[in-house]
Design a protein around this ligand. Sequence first.
Ligand code: ZN
Length: 167
Amino acid sequence: MPTDADIAWAAGLFEGEGCFFACDKYERKTGTTRRVTCAMLSTSDLDVLKRFQAIVGVGGFFQVKEHRKGTYKPLWRWQVQSHSGVEHVGELLRPWLGQRRTQKLDEVLATIATQNDPITCDYCGVEFVPLRKRGKRAFCSRICSARFSFGVKAPRYGNPPLAKELT
Ligand SMILES: [Zn+2]
């Protein structure tokens, strides 16, 4: 269990280097993009990032390359892409976060919660979470949209196109 000092340290780090935001996550299984709640923190020190992850208890990390004045500086990034994950980090760090980050946290959590209600694809009948709604019709993927407009006979309900068909 992290101590109050650990959590305060993590919040201080997040206040300087982290952010909450909404991002578009590609899901290979369905070939669709979904808007999800995200939190991210970047630092060039891997030990700092590992300590942060151990304290907050969620998310993964990976290395990114940042271009700076002709040289590549290795940068480590911790990231969480889920509503429950961001909620967890947010509630843990909230007592120590400044006004701007707290506002952003609430804003991101509120927006995504309402956007994530699933709707039914007008072509294949699969339930999906729309990235954004365009027009009257809702399609889970570009292929469903294309097949609908070309008048291709609809497949059995609950039979979404394969991800490989989308390329
Ligand atoms: Zn569909």
